[in-house]
Design a protein around this ligand. Structure first.
Ligand SMILES: [Zn+2]
Ligand SMILES: [Zn+2]
Length: 313
């Protein structure tokens, strides 16, 4: 077995980010990074994928979750029940594993509240997903909390935890040898959503940009990045830079739209930035617009009055 060997599996995911890529660290203890969504189809793909590696679920000793999203944590409880594996997640996101929202009711209530705050009209609110035909099974499990800088030991070295808030407040990247497992913090093909991933939190865009700069500085220590969706890639500092530029340009556009047609609510800004949005994209678009508006308010370039934003000066 080569040093720091990592295998990857693609797991079906019905949501917009596309298939999940989960990783198996082939050292003692056998460790899974993320678990896919808790549908039967996704779980079967996981079972079949690790079987091809000569591993059964009961052999898994550890599960590390890069963040709390349903397509990453979904099967952790099932793996723990079958193998007694220890489940790790950043300490701030432990409740997402230990106190799950199996039908998504709490989440829907939160989404509804926030969309109203952001000025979305009733008819734009996403319809309940009850009839979407999507069924998953989610139970609570017992997680262990991780903090920045912590290391987990393997027979062939250690894995370092880097807290990289932004996509969610408790997102982590994991450095294992010269590999960096990035979760949804850095993705090769899409810009990770900022704002919609953690709707209880404010200030995530600033944290996201800081987290990107921080890991981009590790470029000389990293040969390959292993993302939560899409294929592993090299030159990962270039990708971090692209994502930083993408948000800088969006901040510029936000100011430009406010100059042209302000004052605007976050919903109206999302329509300017993204056009007409359908279903869950209303939530993602509004949250992303809100994250940029909030950043500009902190920078004192924009002011907010009764939920409507305008340019200062
Ligand atoms: Zn995510
Ligand atoms: Zn994801």
């Amino acid at each position: 077995m080569p040093e720091h060997a990592i295998a990857s599996l693609e797991i079906p995911n019905p949501f917009f980010e596309g298939r999940n890529r989960i990783y198996v660290i082939l050292a003692d203890p056998i460790t899974l990074i993320d678990t896919g969504i808790a549908t039967d189809r996704a779980y079967q793909a996981l079972v079949d994928g690790i079987e091809e590696l000569g591993i059964a679920i009961r052999d898994i000793g550890r599960v590390i979750l890069t963040h709390k999203h349903i397509d990453h944590i979904g099967n952790a409880w099932r793996i723990q029940q079958e193998s007694n594996a220890e489940i790790f997640i950043h300490e701030s996101e432990m409740p997402s594993v230990s106190d799950v929202d199996p039908k998504g009711q709490r989440f829907r209530t939160l989404v509804h509240q926030r969309l109203i705050e952001w000025g979305a009209p009733e008819e734009a609110l996403p319809k309940p997903e009850e009839n979407s035909g999507l069924h998953w099974e989610l139970e609570s499990a017992t997680p262990t909390g991780l903090v920045d800088g912590e290391t987990l030991e393997f027979e062939d070295g250690s894995l370092e935890v880097l807290h990289t808030p932004g996509h969610t407040n408790g997102s982590i990247c994991l450095k294992y040898g010269r590999h960096l497992l990035t979760g949804d913090h850095v993705l090769p093909d899409i810009s990770p959503n900022v704002g919609g991933g953690d709707m209880r939190q404010n200030g995530l865009l600033r944290k996201y940009l800081q987290s990107l700069s921080r890991i981009a500085e590790m470029d000389s220590e990293i040969d390959e990045a292993y993302p939560g969706h899409g294929a592993p890639f090299s030159h990962f500092a270039d990708r971090c830079k692209e994502l930083i530029d993408h948000h800088d340009q969006r901040l510029d556009k936000t100011i430009e739209f406010l100059r042209q047609s302000g004052p605007l609510s976050a919903f109206e800004m999302a329509k300017q930035l993204f056009g007409d949005m359908q279903d869950f994209h209303v939530v993602l678009g509004c949250a992303e617009a809100q994250a940029h508006l909030e950043f500009l308010v902190e920078e004192k370039q924009v002011t907010c009055e009764s939920g409507r934003y305008s340019v200062l000066s």
